[in-house]
Design a protein around this ligand. Structure first.
Ligand SMILES: NC(=O)c1ccc[n+]([C@@H]2O[C@H](COP(=O)([O-])OP(=O)(O)OC[C@H]3O[C@@H](n4cnc5c(N)ncnc54)[C@H](OP(=O)(O)O)[C@@H]3O)[C@@H](O)[C@H]2O)c1
Length: 212
């Protein structure tokens, strides 16, 4: 698959490296295109870099790996997003890492859908730490990747990408359910940083029967 990753920080660079190694073609978009090109060169294969607009044109799937505070402006600069699959991976934690910086209703992902007119928005990759990407087995248990969104085809593409990161992908339903799964990221941050558990933690959904 061709994948656009907006943001060259910890999450964007880690996702890009893993997916490039799995054979996907990556384009990074950055506020500084030279930074995106440098990151792509460091990956060395299957990767390129450019502006937000160039990167957004590159593929159908666009991962937002940027701080929540920058998202609205980035969407404006990205150009025409009609028909694109936008994956909102932002965590809406307050800068103090305690509590939410938005009210849960509507969720961050629903705001993204309002700003990115005509795009199919999915909430995903926000409930895990970058340290656990591609390292998703904790003993005999596998970490879960919770996703939600309204477009089934978009979710099935994201499911494939989540499996490439070695997660069990859990479809949590429509985009409005981002109101339920966004706060999980705040719990993760609270446990990791404020309750001293560290970042080597992840959520998993336990089920007696594999219904789906
Ligand atoms: N780190 C994790 O474990 C993790 C896990 C799940 C979700 N997330 C979420 O993923 C997003 C990115 O996290 P991260 O850890 O990758 O952060 P980071 O290392 O600080 O990188 C964020 C990147 O976003 C870009 N950016 C664009 N607009 C920005 C702005 N106004 N201010 C600052 N940076 C801006 C920058 O890349 P350019 O300079 O190239 O534009 C920057 O490198 C956040 O919303 C975070 O909550 C992170």
């Amino acid at each position: 698959m061709k994948i656009t990753i907006i943001g060259t920080g910890r999450l964007g660079s880690t996702l890009g490296k893993i997916w490039a190694e799995k054979g996907h073609m990556i384009m990074f978009g950055s506020q500084d295109p030279q930074k995106a090109i440098k990151l792509a060169n460091s990956i060395g294969f299957n990767a390129t870099g450019g502006t937000y607009e160039q990167a957004s044109k590159f593929s159908e799937i666009i991962i937002l790996a940027v701080p929540w505070s920058g998202v609205k402006e980035i969407i404006k600069k990205a150009g025409d997003l009609e028909g694109k699959i936008i994956v909102d991976s932002t965590t809406t934690a307050a800068p103090s890492l305690g509590g939410l910086s938005t009210e849960p209703t509507p969720s961050a992902a629903e705001n993204v859908a309002k700003w990115a007119v005509g795009a199919k928005v999915i909430k995903a990759v926000h409930t895990i730490g970058v340290e656990s990407l591609n390292k998703t087995h904790f003993g005999t248990q596998e970490a879960s990747l919770f996703i939600c969104g309204d477009d089934l085809d978009a979710k099935s593409k994201l499911k494939q990408l989540g499996q490439d990161l070695s997660f069990e992908v859990i479809d949590a339903g429509p985009l409005t359910n981002a109101r339920l799964i966004e706060p999980l990221a705040i719990l993760w941050i609270e446990l990791a940083y404020n309750q001293g558990m560290g970042t080597d933690i992840a959520f998993t959904l336990l089920r007696r029967r594999m219904a789906k």
